[in-house]
Design a protein around this ligand. Structure first.
Ligand SMILES: [Zn+2]
Length: 143
């Protein structure tokens, strides 16, 4: 149910695990093992006391949800953290030498960008520093 929120938390650079088929007991176990805060819309889950950190997401609207999370962890969005993680697998992206990825991106992208990052998890290539600043400005006005 919180798939969009999870994706946006990754865009914002937060270490975000997401699995919509996971059972409550597994959520609790994984949060304990990995030191995570569970985000849920399920009030029953937040009432189970063994969980160290569990945040009930009250709002339906995405940006309200993001605001709830940022408030709970007492963070503001940071331009440096933005787009620092792979949106698919959550790994921290690494800067990569432009020549090394020449054949892995479309020719026009290679020509028009100078900075690239690679996901060490799934090998996806990311680019677009200007894009990042635009997203940051847009988010700043909404959050
Ligand atoms: Zn990845």
């Amino acid at each position: 149910m919180l798939g969009s929120l999870a994706r946006w938390l990754r865009i914002l650079g937060y270490d975000t695990a997401y699995d919509n088929r996971i059972e409550d007991d597994e959520i609790i176990e994984r949060c304990r093992r990995e030191g995570r805060i569970a985000l849920t819309r399920d009030r029953r889950l937040t009432q189970r006391s063994r969980l160290r950190g569990c945040l009930l997401i009250e709002h339906e609207e995405l940006f309200e949800q993001i605001r709830e999370v940022l408030k709970a962890i007492d963070h503001e969005i940071s331009p440096n953290r933005l787009l620092s993680r792979c949106l698919e697998c959550n790994s921290l992206l690494e800067s990569v030498d432009k020549e090394a990825i020449r054949l892995q991106v479309p020719a026009y992208v290679f020509k028009t960008h100078s900075h690239f990052k690679r996901c060490p998890g799934c090998q996806r290539i990311y680019w677009g520093g200007t894009h990042r600043r635009n997203i940051y400005q847009r988010l700043k006005t909404r959050l």
